[in-house]
Design a binder for this molecule. Structure first.
Ligand code: SAM
Length: 379
């Protein structure tokens, strides 16, 4: 082993020797949040410190969820492809309820009114990555201003570290601290003293038999529950403060027999247009050098698609009228009415080579591979 490797801090539980976790502690944390969302039948959910959005991908499949937000100060490594409806979802539309997914570039230490009064917020392995000033602002922002009904906070339990024979330093190079159980309780106790919340403690990742009683869990978890049925209308809410930058906003198709024919057509057009336009844009600008390419799609092409054709009874004039009436937010008709005009933006991942991945980069990048074991098991 090179000397520099020997000094490099270890980064996940499997590296430390000692207790083996199956499933991984990371997976156990995700399952904990997923179970809580199911139990609460939570509809509006956010994940702060969402990193690669692995938890969001899982949450989007839950029936109760209608709004999902991911917030992180870095949004460069999110593969948004996993957060976009696939063609089958567009065709089958089997979600019983609507779903909208939004990703925000922002800090948990600043409240945003769009995330006011959510049903559930998770902060999984986030707090230990925060500098002292950011950590100090978190309670006011989250519990004092945004006031979700339920908040799940997980963080490494430093009492547990004695069970790792190869352990030294901290579990991850970016941890600013690791709390013992009593330090975590003190922090949570201060939160509930100041804001309208109760807290209970648990954890995931048990050591050998009997170890949990003595050392607690590998990841300690606090569950904060708002004690008032309704949140207080804070200045963030009243002044509609929106410091976060929305970098991704995706509605999902869903069953709704109450949809009008025009709304059904609009949903169909929203699926078909980007698909048809992108192929054309790739032909026009194969190197993707332009920031946007305006594409004109002959309207008759849409009659080749069964659903679109059925919705307008195969009549091109009806189709034209429906597009003008119901799809104006999304597409434009050409002046002669014979084509749909749509502007294809250069995808952020087309320009990945130009992206240095720095802190200030706000593009959502689709890296070619992020599925390494190391990333799977953050500390
Ligand atoms: N929650 C993720 C999971 O369990 O898969 C992993 C979280 S990772 C250990 C910590 C994340 O917190 C990083 O993605 C980091 O960019 C993010 N982060 C750091 N400071 C933040 C802040 N002030 N607000 C929001 N996210 C922050």
């Amino acid at each position: 082993m090179a000397e520099s490797d020997a000094k490099k801090p270890l980064e996940n539980e499997a590296d430390f020797g000692g207790p083996k976790f199956s499933p991984t502690v990371c997976e156990q944390r995700y399952r904990f949040v997923i179970d809580a969302v199911k139990k609460q039948k939570a509809a509006r959910v956010a994940d702060f410190g969402c990193a690669e959005a692995r938890l969001l991908r899982r949450l989007k499949t839950l029936e109760s969820v209608e709004y999902l937000a991911g917030v992180d100060i870095r949004v460069t490594s999110i593969d948004t492809g996993h957060l976009t409806p696939n063609p089958v979802e567009w065709m089958i539309k089997d979600r019983p309820r609507p779903l909208q997914i939004q990703l925000f570039k922002g800090s948990v230490s600043h409240p945003d009114s769009r995330l006011f009064n959510l049903d559930l917020v998770s902060c999984i392995e986030l707090v230990e990555h925060l500098d002292a000033d950011v950590l100090a602002d978190l309670p006011h922002s989250l519990f004092g201003q945004m006031q979700p009904r339920l908040v799940i906070v997980s963080t490494p339990n430093s009492d547990f570290n004695v069970l790792f024979p190869n352990f030294q330093g901290r579990r991850h190079w970016d941890h600013k601290f690791e709390w013992s159980r009593s330090e975590f309780r003190d922090w949570a106790g201060n939160v509930v003293e100041k804001y309208n919340y109760d807290v209970t403690f648990t954890g995931v990742g048990e050591g050998m038999k009997g170890a949990a009683e003595r050392y607690g869990y590998c990841s300690q978890i606090a569950i904060f529950t708002r004690t008032t049925p309704d949140p207080i209308e804070t200045e963030t809410y009243q002044n509609k403060l929106n410091p976060y930058e929305c970098v991704f906003d995706q509605p999902f198709p869903y069953q709704n027999s109450a949809f009008s024919q025009g709304e059904k057509l609009s949903s169909e057009i929203q699926y078909l247009v980007p698909m048809l336009a992108r192929d054309t844009a790739d032909d026009v600008d194969p190197q993707h050098l332009r920031d946007s390419v305006q594409v004109s799609i002959p309207i008759e092409r849409f009659l080749n698609y069964r659903k679109a054709s059925e919705l307008c009874d195969g009549n091109i004039d009806t189709l034209r009228k429906m597009i003008a009436a119901d799809c104006a937010e999304f597409v434009q008709l050409s002046s002669d009415g014979n084509a749909i005009l749509y502007s294809v933006q250069r995808r952020s991942w087309d320009s990945a080579d130009e992206n240095d991945g720095g802190e200030n980069d706000n593009t959502v990048v689709c890296p070619s591979s992020i599925d390494s074991e190391e990333e799977e098991c953050w500390e």
